[in-house]
Design a protein around this ligand. Structure first.
Ligand SMILES: *Cc1c(COP(=O)(O)O)cnc(C)c1O
Length: 226
């Protein structure tokens, strides 16, 4: 299935108007398809699997900004630390510690989003509201010298119930607004929520960054590598 260039152009035009950043989620898709968007000027790509991301980053232009959006295991942080632009799914303090350690080794500052659990499903990762609040108010964040916490990320329920999704996005936005008070320097500015099926709703609830895959690249119909 070819890249849907007209969908890309119309989504991108709408998002630019709204000041929302588009992450093109290219997991499982071949490098040639990423290059189709790259040629049009697109630079922000999202990947879920460490090995796939490492391979693509090595082969593709160096000015691509790679967003790691999947569930990241601590023992794999070292592979992406040299180049990753932003890590979206930071869901534990153990992971924060490891990212910081690897960022120090690389002499880099790595931008991270804390993942918050907003869906009704138990399978989705993330901090719950009280744990997030505790972490941000504890002052421990300041000890992670090579991490910049840029905001929050969340995934809504796998559901078509608009009222439910709306409520979940609203909840995340509420956490975001509250958490922002812990960062008076303005660095906490990114709310990553919304995918192909729900991005317009997410933006209406305050998203600043959407992660869109299938609308651009078509359905992912083969299993992704682990
Ligand atoms: C795969 C994925 C997306 C993109 O999903 P689409 O429905 O194809 O847009 C967004 N966010 C995360 C975390 C993903 O794993």
């Amino acid at each position: 299935m070819p890249v849907n260039i007209s969908a890309y152009q119309s989504i991108q035009a709408t998002l630019v108007d709204q000041g929302v950043t588009l992450i093109a989620v290219s997991k499982t898709k071949p490098k040639e398809e990423l290059m189709e968007l790259y040629t049009l000027g697109h630079r922000s790509f999202g990947e879920n699997y460490v090995q796939e991301l490492v391979d693509k980053a090595a082969a593709l232009p160096k000015d691509i900004q790679w967003h790691f959006i999947g569930h990241l295991q601590s023992n794999k942080v070292k592979y992406i630390a040299p180049f990753v632009f932003m890590i979206h799914g930071v869901d534990s303090e153990k992971l924060l510690q490891e990212i910081n350690k690897q960022a120090v080794k690389q002499n880099r500052i790595i931008d991270c989003l804390l993942q918050v659990h907003i869906a009704t499903e138990e399978t989705k990762f993330g901090f719950d509201g009280p744990a997030l609040h505790e972490l941000l108010m504890s002052g421990r964040i300041a000890s992670y010298t090579n991490i910049r916490i840029r905001g929050l990320m969340g995934m809504a329920s796998f559901s078509e119930d608009q009222a439910l999704l709306s409520q979940e996005f609203y909840t995340l936005k509420t956490y975001f607004d509250k958490a922002q008070q812990a960062f008076p320097d303005g660095s906490f500015d990114t709310l990553s929520m919304g995918m192909s099926s729900d991005y317009a709703l997410a933006i209406s609830k305050g998203s600043t960054m959407v992660r869109i895959g299938s609308l651009l690249f078509g359905a992912r119909n083969y299993p992704a590598p682990k």
